[in-house]
Write a protein that binds this ligand. Structure first.
Ligand SMILES: Cc1cc2nc3c(=O)[nH]c(=O)nc-3n(C[C@H](O)[C@H](O)[C@H](O)COP(=O)(O)OP(=O)(O)OC[C@H]3O[C@@H](n4cnc5c(N)ncnc54)[C@H](O)[C@@H]3O)c2cc1C
Ligand SMILES: O=C(O)[C@@H]1CCCCN1
Length: 388
């Protein structure tokens, strides 16, 4: 007699993407198991922390359009769970006015009729005091943008999943997966089988996919999450209506600098560099490169003069980058009952609800609600390696 427990679907990894996928599957009355290697909640992956930016400001229409649905699904979860997960603050986008990402973002916002205020040098200070707009930079406000309460959101979606009858087993690392019409999944604590599996293993994706014979061109990097002290408490706070901000293609580098207003940590503004140094997620803290913090110190001294230009708190988080920074939302190339959601490249949290819906649709064999061609694995054909 088999000792394995049967499920319609097993979701591997309880970060934001796995949790929303499991929740969607349970909503579709699928008997679903969500497996997580660590005791929940944990701070080792990509989904922990107080806050994330939510925005429609993107270069590509597809993301702006997906966000239309994501906002609705976030609001639905807030209603179902009876919690607040979103605070509207607006997002200030600054960057070289006529080159790089800024004009593309501006164009997408206007084309998709997202409520947007274009600022100019004359009215910038009226809207955004205490920030220096760099020479040659344009500035706009995506008014729909704001802050998501990340830890609270994860707790809420996992709780709703359980209320729908879903099962979470944490402290269970998946150690083996045997593909087939019924997939056998072995963990440090048990054995399960399911008709469908969804892999949402964040920075551990390639370690995990090695069990299934493929490797994706993913790079895992450690991000130093820096918080900067206000010289006068509240200067850049939500009460002053200070927005989130992104600097595209700054003088210092092509990579973004971004920030969120002070609130969750009183008097501390979160400002980070949108890139880090290569790190193995199992040895994250051995990566001690701080060249990103040096870039941030220079930026803060020059452009955010009301902050002490030395971080007061530094936390860690992981990005899983694809070469083009677009997500992977697709079937496993060799097994049609295994779906992969990965490579969220440092911008996936805000999409959690819609990604959960899309991965659920793929897993159920339904036509996905959005055209997923930008997210297909075959775009990496020349970069793919076999794990065998
Ligand atoms: C500093 C930082 C700032 C960011 N800012 C933003 C932002 O402002 N807005 C935004 O939208 N996005 C942002 N992001 C990106 C966003 O947070 C990520 O895209 C998202 O959290 C990725 O979620 P995930 O579920 O794919 O990965 P994870 O959260 O890492 O989840 C994967 C899970 O799988 C588990 N797992 C792995 N292997 C196994 C196994 N073998 N068995 C069982 N479990 C396993 C892991 O333990 C982990 O819990 C940011 C990310 C970082 C790091
Ligand atoms: O996804 C986001 O909205 C942010 C933008 C800046 C970099 C980090 N991620």
């Amino acid at each position: 007699m088999s000792t394995e427990q049967d499920y319609d679907c097993v979701v591997i990894g309880a970060g934001v993407q796995g949790s929303f996928t499991a929740y969607q599957l349970a909503k579709h009355n699928k008997k679903t198991l969500l497996l997580e290697q660590f005791i929940l909640p944990h701070t080792r992956g990509s989904s922990h922390g107080q806050t994330r930016i939510i925005r429609k400001a993107y270069e590509q229409d597809i993301y702006t359009q997906m966000m239309g649905e994501s906002y609705q699904l976030w609001a639905q979860l807030e209603k179902e769970a009876g919690v607040t997960l979103y605070r509207q603050t607006g997002l200030l986008v600054m960057g070289p006015e006529t080159s790089g990402e800024y004009p593309l973002v501006k164009n997408t916002l206007l084309k998709n009729k997202v409520p947007t205020v274009i600022l100019n040098r004359d009215n910038f200070h009226q809207h955004i005091p205490n920030v220096v707009l760099s020479e040659g930079h344009g500035a706009l406000l995506d008014e729909t943008a704001g802050v998501l309460f990340a830890d609270r959101a994860l707790k809420a979606v996992q709780h709703q999943f359980q209320k729908l009858g879903g099962v979470i087993r944490d402290n269970e690392k998946v150690t083996e997966i045997k593909p087939g019409p019924v997939v056998k999944v072995t963990t440090s604590g048990g054995a399960y089988q399911a008709r469908n599996v969804v892999i949402t293993a964040g920075p551990w994706t390639n370690k995990f996919l090695a069990h299934t014979g493929i490797q994706l061109p993913l790079e895992t990097v450690k991000i130093n999450v820096c918080y900067w002290k206000e010289k006068i408490p509240g200067t850049y706070g939500v009460k002053q209506r200070f927005p989130c901000f992104v600097v595209t293609g700054s003088l210092e580098s092509k990579e973004h600098i971004y920030g969120l207003p002070s609130n969750e940590y009183p008097d501390l503004v979160k400002i980070c560099y949108h890139m880090g140094s290569k790190a193995d997620p199992d040895y994250r803290d051995l990566q001690t490169d701080t060249s990103d913090i040096d870039i941030l110190k220079r930026y803060v001294s020059r452009c955010i003069p009301g902050l002490v230009p030395e971080p007061a708190v530094v936390e860690s988080c992981m990005y899983t980058l694809t070469p083009d920074r677009h997500f992977v939302l697709d079937y496993h190339p060799n097994y049609s009952n295994i779906v992969i959601g990965a490579g969220f490249s440092g911008h996936g949290f805000k999409f959690g609800p819609v990604i959960g819906k899309l991965l659920c649709e793929l897993s159920l064999g339904e036509v996905p609600s959005f055209d997923l061609s930008p997210f297909k694995i075959r775009r990496f054909q020349s970069e793919m390696k076999s794990a065998l």
